[in-house]
Design a protein around this ligand. Structure first.
Ligand SMILES: Nc1ncnc2c1ncn2[C@@H]1O[C@H](COP(=O)(O)OP(=O)(O)OP(=O)(O)O)[C@@H](O)[C@H]1O
Length: 336
């Protein structure tokens, strides 16, 4: 696991913003961080980025300790805050060059990375534009470029899509997926659950400063196995359980299982196909459609081809969204 927090607590005055929180997030995947306002998400991200010290507990980010190795953590981590404060009189290029230099990149590499990152976030046209001229969404994109300029192994993003237009949001999803594909660890907080659902491999829920597994949304054995995890008790809180060895069990991301819905010109034919057990696990809906658990796009393509070959005249086959929101609302209800 590339991010490990164990029994982390941070107070502001006498109020705990994060308390006895234990979680882990793997490399090569995008993990969502979800929770209501004030749950402690930003406080946690700041501690992971070595920008805020925990009062107690231990943190490891890419094997580094943010308390004792803050400089190394800053180099390993790309941090994108929810509001990116820029130096208004500097141009986009100057801002990125400044951050690249602060990260220790040599001049040539800094210029290359700056140009590449501006292209990546489609701000080439504004390379020489002062930051004060940028719109909110453009500032967010510059914030993403800044977070990536030193090619970090771990990416921490706080509400990254806020203010971005649909094209930029789609680009963001693609960029994060590419980075995870290259082995980076990506942890992203967002309140836009439908969008997060399309972006992440798994989710950690936070409530009142703790990491929690929502009831009924605990990883099923097979989904957990697919991610190389053990299934966990739904409703478990970080710090609440102890491993056999006596250590604290961190909350791991709950894998998002994608349900797809298929409709056909002839619902009876579709129903017969589903009842015949091809593919396994299909559930008939009273409206004549069929629900299927589909692990990935390649499986979806296989199922669709099979259906057509079996004579089902498919008119639509698409993911059903809203599972993350349902899990979130169930968690909130449980904890009210
Ligand atoms: N600098 C600070 N001084 C005092 N209290 C703070 C500070 N930063 C955060 N808090 C408090 O800590 C708690 C957690 O805040 P945090 O910003 O981490 O939550 P969040 O989950 O990111 O919320 P949101 O979804 O609204 O961004 C809140 O009660 C907040 O008021």
């Amino acid at each position: 696991m590339s991010i490990e927090a164990t029994q982390v607590t941070r107070f502001f005055g006498s109020a705990p913003a994060v308390q006895r929180l234990s979680l882990s997030a793997p490399s090569g995947a995008i993990t969502g961080l979800v929770g209501p306002n004030g749950a402690g998400k930003t406080t946690l991200l700041l501690m992971l980025a070595a920008l805020l010290r925990p009062d107690t507990g231990t943190i490891k980010v890419a094997g580094l300790d943010p308390v004792t190795q803050p400089r190394q953590v800053h180099q390993a981590v790309g941090w994108m805050p929810d509001a990116f404060g820029t130096w208004d009189s500097l141009t986009c290029t100057e801002i990125l060059l400044t951050f690249a230099a602060a990260q220790g990149l040599d001049d040539v590499t800094a210029r290359e990375r700056t140009a590449d990152m501006l292209t990546l976030v489609h701000l080439d046209d504004m390379a020489r534009t002062p930051a004060r001229v940028l719109s909110r969404g453009q500032k967010q994109r510059l914030g993403l470029a800044r977070a990536l300029v030193h090619a970090p192994r771990v990416l921490l993003l706080d509400e990254p899509a806020a203010g971005m237009d649909p094209r930029s949001r789609a680009d963001l999803r693609g960029i994060l997926r590419d980075l995870a594909g290259q082995g980076a660890t990506v942890l992203v907080s967002s309140h836009v659950l439908g969008e997060l659902e399309e972006m992440v491999d798994g989710v950690v829920f936070m409530s009142r400063g703790r990491a929690v597994v929502p009831p009924g949304a605990g990883p099923a054995d097979e989904a957990a196995a697919a991610l190389g995890q053990d299934a966990e008790e739904p409703g478990a809180e970080s710090g609440a359980g102890t491993a056999a060895a006596g250590g604290v069990v961190p909350v791991r991301p709950t894998p998002l299982r994608t349900s797809w819905r298929m409709r056909a010109l002839n619902p009876e034919r579709l129903a017969a196909w589903a009842r015949a057990g091809t593919p396994p696990g299909a559930v008939l809906d009273p409206d004549g459609s069929v629900h299927l658990e589909v692990p990935d796009d390649a499986a979806a393509a296989r199922i669709l081809r099979q259906a057509v070959e079996d004579g089902v005249e498919v008119v639509s086959f698409a993911p059903v969204t809203g599972a993350l929101e349902a899990a979130y609302l169930a968690m909130e209800e449980e904890r009210a």
